[in-house]
Design a protein around this ligand. Structure first.
Ligand code: FUB
Length: 711
C-alpha cells in the first residue's frame, strides 16, 4: 500500500512538473476571460476560496504572459470591497480597453436588491488600480444577472451580454459605463442548451456566441450569427462535459502572436473540484469554414510562443508551474511568493540564456523565522545548480532584504529553470519578491582578432550603455592605458546590436569601447525609445570616472587624453552634434554626414547645420559605403568643407549598411582599427594606411581614398 501511495505521489509530481494545465497552482482560478493588449496576454479570473463548499468568491485576479507558458500573478486589483453596494459572489468577469482606460465588468451579489447584479470598474492599465466606475450597479435586480461578456464592434458600438439561464444584452455608450437604451432579452432561438457564461467575439464578419450549455454539468457550445443580436444558428459542442473534473465550465477565446487559444477551467489543481477550479488553455485552429473544432480538456496545455529572458529582473510570482506555494499582495501590482517549505519550487519554461553569462545573482527575500536557501537549477529540481543564496532571519515575512552571490554557473541556450526553496523540514522558510541575474557579459565570436580577447558587458548602474573591453585588464596600467572610443548607433537605436561585432573587434585591439544603448542579448534587438546624443557624452564621463575610481577594474587604466567619438548614420550625427566637447581627440564618422537638406531627416535625429563642422577640433575620418550609401553625398560634402583639421574620406562600395554585421565587423574594421591606432596610440605603421604616396588602404580591394592633408 505504502509503495502504491509513493508511486501515486511520484506520478502526481511528475505530471505537475511537465503539465502546463492548469496554468496557476498557487490559488484556484476560475472563469477565464482573456484580453490581448500591447503584446501581452492578460487573463481575468475569479478565485475559488480554498476548502469552499460553494462559489463563495471574494475577489477577481489578473495574470499576464508574453509567451503563453510563464504567467505573472498581478494579484487581485478588484474585490467585492471595491463596490460599496456589493457583498458576495465575485463571479465571472471580463475586462476590455477603450480610449486608454480599462473597463472591468463583474457580477456580484447586490446589497440593494438582495439578488445578483452587474458592476463595472475602471482603471488606467490592464492591471488597475480599478475603482467602481459609477458607484452603483449597471444592472441589478435578478438572480439571472451573472457572467458579463463585452466586445466592441467594428463600427465602435460596444455590447454587453450576461445571464443565467436567460441571455441579456445592452448597448454601451461610448463611456462604457452606461446603456444606450436599457436592458434587452436575447431571442434564445439557436442558442441551444444555453446555461450561462456567454463569450462574444467577431471573426471574419461572423459573430460567435460561445457559452456553457446543457448544464450542469456543462458543455461549452456555440452559435454564430450575422449581427451582435443574432439570429443565432447553433453550431454544436466545443468542449464536452465531464472532462475537466468540474461541473461548471467557463470559456473565452483569444488570438495571440498568430495562434488561437481556448480558455476554460478545470478541477485539476491539487485539492481541486467543482468549487476549487483552475484555469487551463488549449490551442486550436479554426476550420476553413470558420467553425470551431471540438476540443478536449488536457493536462499538456500549450507550447511557448516566445523565449523567456532570465537577465531582466524576474518577479518570483512569474511561473509556468509551482509546488506548495502561495502569492501575497504587497501594494498595487506588487506580489510576492509565500508559504515556501523545504523542497517547494517554481518552474519557468523555455528560458533562453543564450551565450551570455551573469556575474551575480541577487534575490529579494524575507523571513520571520530562520530562513533557508534559495537555489536556482536548470532543467529540473535537481538539475545543474546555477547559483544558491542563503537567506537568514530578516525580521518579518515582508522585511525584504537584497542578498546576492557572485558564484554563478550560467547555462548556455534554452532551459527550463527551477527556483527551489531549501531549508529545515517543517517550518515556512522565506518569502521571495524577485531574483535577478546581472550584469551580463559575453565573449562575442572568438573575442576578436586583436591581441587582447575582448568581452561585451553590461555595467550595473550605467543604464543604456554597453561596454566592450579586453577580458584581461591586468595587461593595462597607467603606463599602458586603454584609449577610448565612444559610439553612437545607426538609426539612433538604443542598443548596439547592429554593430557589436565591429565594436568588439575594435576592443580586441586594446580599446575601451563604450556604445550608446542597452546590452544586446543574443538574437535580442532591444528597441525602445531612440537614443540621444547625450548618451555619448555620458560614455566619456563614465570612462573618465572609471579611471579615477579605485573600486573600478578600470582604475588608472584608461587613457582619458585619447578619446575617439564615433558613430554610424544617425550615430554619426550624434557625434558631430557633440563635436565641440574638448575631451574628444579624434572623430570617426561612419556612413554619415550632416544633411544638406535637413527636411528629409528622421524625426528626433540631431540635425546640426553645416557650420557645426567648425567645432571639429581634431583629425576626422569619414568611412562611407560608396555612392550607393545614402549618406555618401552628405559625408563627402562635410569632408570637402573641413579645412581646419586633417580630414579623410574613404569609401568601400557596400552601401549604407557597411560591413559591421560581418564576422569581426568585416572590411570596415580594418581602417577603423588603423585610424584609432594612429590617432590614439601614435602607431606610425598604422598611419601608413592613410598617408604616403600610395596609402595602404588603396592596396585593399575596393577602397577609394581622399584627404585634405598634403602630407
Ligand atoms: O464562478 C462562479 C460561476 O460558476 C460563474 O459565474 C459561472 O459561469 C460558473 O463558472
Amino acid at each position: 500500500m505504502k509503495k502504491q501511495l509513493l508511486a501515486a505521489s511520484v506520478m502526481a509530481l511528475a505530471t505537475m512538473m511537465t503539465a502546463q494545465n492548469p496554468i496557476v497552482n498557487t490559488w484556484y482560478t476560475t472563469d477565464p476571460a482573456p484580453m490581448v493588449h500591447d503584446g501581452t496576454m492578460y487573463i481575468y479570473t475569479g478565485h475559488d476560496e480554498d476548502h469552499a463548499d460553494f462559489f463563495w468568491m471574494q475577489e477577481w485576479r489578473v495574470y499576464s504572459s508574453r509567451d503563453m507558458v510563464n504567467w505573472r500573478d498581478h494579484g487581485s486589483p478588484l474585490a467585492i470591497e471595491d463596490f460599496s453596494w456589493g457583498d458576495d459572489r465575485a463571479w465571472a468577469p471580463q475586462c476590455i480597453g477603450r480610449n486608454g482606460k480599462f473597463y472591468f465588468y463583474v457580477p456580484l451579489h447586490s446589497k440593494l436588491s438582495g439578488t445578483m447584479a452587474i458592476g463595472v470598474a475602471v482603471g488606467p492599465s490592464p492591471v488597475g488600480p480599478f475603482k467602481d466606475a459609477i458607484g452603483k450597479p449597471l444592472a441589478d435586480g435578478s438572480w439571472d444577472y451573472i457572467d458579463p461578456t463585452v466586445f466592441i464592434d467594428d463600427d465602435g458600438q460596444a455590447w454587453l451580454y450576461w445571464g443565467n439561464p436567460r441571455l441579456y444584452y445592452a448597448k454601451l455608450n461610448e463611456d462604457m459605463v452606461s446603456f444606450v437604451d436599457g436592458v434587452h432579452q436575447m431571442d434564445m432561438t439557436g442558442l441551444d442548451g444555453y446555461t450561462e457564461g456567454p463569450w462574444i467575439q467577431k471573426r471574419n464578419g461572423i459573430y460567435y456566441m460561445m457559452y456553457a450549455s446543457h448544464g450542469i454539468p456543462e458543455n461549452i457550445s456555440y452559435a454564430t450569427g450575422p449581427s451582435p443580436v443574432g439570429p443565432w444558428s447553433y453550431q454544436g459542442v466545443i468542449m464536452p462535459k465531464n472532462e475537466q473534473a468540474s461541473f461548471t465550465n467557463h470559456s473565452g477565446l483569444a488570438h495571440y502572436k498568430g495562434h488561437d487559444y481556448f480558455f476554460y477551467h478545470t478541477g485539476w489543481a491539487d485539492g481541486g473540484g467543482g468549487f476549487a477550479r483552475s484555469v487551463a488553455i488549449k490551442e486550436f485552429e479554426y476550420n476553413a469554414d470558420g467553425t470551431i473544432p471540438e476540443m478536449h480538456a488536457d493536462h499538456e496545455g500549450v507550447e511557448p510562443v516566445a523565449a523567456f529572458c532570465p537577465y531582466a529582473r524576474v518577479q518570483a510570482e512569474v511561473m509556468a508551474a509551482s509546488k506548495g506555494l502561495k502569492t501575497q499582495p504587497c501594494g498595487h501590482n506588487n506580489v510576492y511568493v509565500s508559504d515556501a517549505h523545504n523542497g517547494d519550487w517554481i518552474k519557468l519554461r523555455n528560458v533562453d540564456f543564450g551565450h551570455d553569462k551573469a556575474s551575480r545573482l541577487t534575490i529579494r527575500a524575507a523571513s520571520a523565522l530562520r530562513g533557508g536557501r534559495f537555489e536556482l537549477h536548470a532543467d529540473s529540481v535537481r538539475g545543474q545548480l546555477i547559483a544558491a543564496v542563503p537567506v537568514g532571519h530578516t525580521g518579518g515575512w515582508e522585511s525584504f532584504k537584497e542578498l546576492s552571490t557572485s558564484e554563478i554557473n550560467t547555462p548556455e541556450g534554452v532551459h527550463d529553470v527551477y527556483v527551489v526553496f531549501r531549508g529545515r523540514k517543517g517550518p515556512e522558510l522565506f518569502t521571495l519578491d524577485w531574483w535577478e541575474l546581472s550584469p551580463k557579459h559575453r565573449v562575442v565570436e572568438d573575442g576578436g582578432t586583436g591581441m587582447y580577447k575582448a568581452v561585451m558587458t553590461e555595467v550595473e548602474g550605467f543604464e543604456a550603455h554597453t561596454v566592450f573591453m579586453p577580458q584581461d585588464l591586468s595587461r593595462f596600467s597607467a603606463e599602458n592605458p586603454l584609449p577610448v572610443m565612444v559610439w553612437g548607433n545607426g538609426a539612433c537605436r538604443n542598443s548596439p546590436w547592429e554593430h557589436y561585432l565591429f565594436l568588439n573587434e575594435i576592443a580586441s585591439h586594446g580599446y575601451l569601447v563604450i556604445a550608446t544603448g542597452f546590452y544586446p542579448g543574443e538574437g535580442d534587438h532591444p528597441e525602445g525609445p531612440m537614443s540621444s546624443a547625450q548618451q555619448q557624452i555620458e560614455s566619456i564621463d563614465w570612462a573618465i570616472a572609471q579611471n579615477l575610481n579605485p573600486q573600478s577594474p578600470l582604475y588608472q587604466k584608461v587613457n582619458t587624453q585619447a578619446i575617439c567619438a564615433a558613430g554610424m548614420s544617425c550615430g554619426g550625427l550624434q557625434t558631430l552634434y557633440n563635436c565641440a566637447d574638448p575631451r574628444i581627440t579624434t572623430y570617426m564618422i561612419c556612413n554619415s554626414g550632416l544633411f544638406k537638406n535637413p527636411a528629409i531627416a528622421m524625426p528626433n535625429m540631431p540635425m546640426p547645420k553645416k557650420d557645426k563642422l567648425e567645432d571639429v577640433h581634431g583629425p576626422i575620418i569619414y568611412i562611407l559605403g560608396g555612392e550607393t550609401d545614402i549618406a555618401y553625398e552628405n559625408g563627402m560634402d562635410d569632408f570637402s568643407r573641413i579645412t581646419n583639421v586633417p580630414a579623410y574620406a574613404i569609401n568601400y562600395p557596400v552601401g549604407h549598411g557597411g560591413t559591421y554585421a560581418q564576422p569581426h565587423g568585416g572590411e570596415f574594421s580594418i581602417p577603423a582599427v588603423a585610424w584609432l591606432d594612429w590617432q590614439l596610440k601614435g602607431d606610425k605603421t598604422a598611419a601608413k594606411m592613410f598617408t604616403g604616396k600610395k596609402p595602404q588602404i588603396l592596396k585593399r580591394k575596393g577602397w577609394t581614398f581622399e584627404s585634405n592633408s598634403k602630407k
